[in-house]
Design a protein around this ligand. Structure first.
Ligand SMILES: Nc1ncnc2c1ncn2[C@@H]1O[C@H](COP(=O)(O)OP(=O)(O)O)[C@@H](O)[C@H]1O
Ligand SMILES: [Mg+2]
Length: 275
């Protein structure tokens, strides 16, 4: 009779560990998929009202200016005593000073919302483009052209390129990944840093790498950086969607995105796409 296969406790422990990792990845990708759908819906619904709120805001600013000027002109017709009384009753000096500030703040808030909607759209539209045979290096160079100017205030960009074979990919999306990595690298650098872009390939993969000598990350932070909306940046600087978006794009290419980092010394992100 055939003996039942036996599994040693070590093998069992190993299998459990693998299962736990797979479960975690599955949960992550399901979370991302449903977040993508939610994001698409939210972005679509908010886009329209935010549009007219923003344009109303501009008109409102003009109208309120006119109203204030009108009141000031009319008040010249009133005697000084009742003018002062009315001024005090309606706290008019304060209103005049505060109104432009409120409008300005609201406009800033609105542009922040518009920015977030744009990120959400990028995040949820990642299903739309097509796979083509492309030269990854061309994409890298054009992305660098786009952001090179921004980067140069923070860091010297070193290009360590290998001539790459053609790759089947969605070039615009890989550009987006590189862009996110470059922006993050620049934001991690205080000043006079170095950002290095390295490319390479072997029989199975084509890869590119962005490394910086910025502030780096500890293990606790590393564990969270791919979570949607996780950001360590001050309000207005980060949406926390860059890396989760990047990871969905890379996974769609059946690739992997790897990261290593040392607090205080810098970080390195590697994107590997199968050939
Ligand atoms: N190169 C880097 N160096 C240090 N920290 C980084 C780097 N890239 C990403 N991070 C960390 O990961 C977080 C998430 O990144 P991301 O998803 O791009 O969102 P955001 O840039 O909007 O904060 C960042 O807030 C930052 O804390
Ligand atoms: Mg980012």
């Amino acid at each position: 009779m055939k003996q039942p296969e036996t599994v040693s406790p070590e093998q069992l422990a190993q299998l459990y560990a693998e299962l736990a990792v797979m479960k975690e990845r599955l949960l992550q990708s399901e979370k991302l998929a449903s977040l993508g759908q939610l994001a698409a819906g939210v972005a679509h619904e908010i886009n329209n009202p935010i549009g007219y709120v923003a344009s109303n805001m501009t008109v409102l600013a003009e109208y309120s200016n006119s109203l204030i000027n009108l009141v000031k002109l009319l008040s010249q017709q009133v005697n000084e005593v009742s003018r002062s009384a009315l001024w005090a009753q309606f706290d008019f000096d304060y209103v005049c000073a505060d109104l432009p500030k409120l409008v300005k703040e609201s406009e800033q808030g609105l542009s922040r919302v518009v920015e977030i909607i744009r990120d959400l759209k990028d995040f949820s539209h990642i299903d739309e483009a097509e796979f083509v045979e492309a030269d990854l290096q061309l994409g890298i160079l054009s992305t660098l052209n786009l952001v090179g100017n921004e980067l140069k205030y923070k860091a010297e960009v070193i290009k360590d390129f290998t001539e790459l074979p053609k790759l089947r990919c969605i070039p615009s999306q890989l550009n987006q990944v590189l862009l996110n990595l470059l922006v993050n690298a620049a934001q991690a650098i205080e000043q006079d840093g170095i950002i290095r872009i390295t490319t390479g390939f072997d029989n199975s993969w084509v890869w590119f790498e962005v490394s910086d000598n910025g502030k780096g990350m500890d293990d606790a932070e590393l564990a969270r950086i791919f979570e949607p909306f996780y950001t360590s940046k001050p309000k207005g600087e980060g949406t926390g969607l860059g890396l989760s978006l990047s990871r969905s794009i890379v996974e769609k290419h059946h690739g992997v995105i790897e990261v290593s980092s040392t607090p205080g010394a810098g970080s390195c992100f590697t994107v590997k796409i199968p050939r």
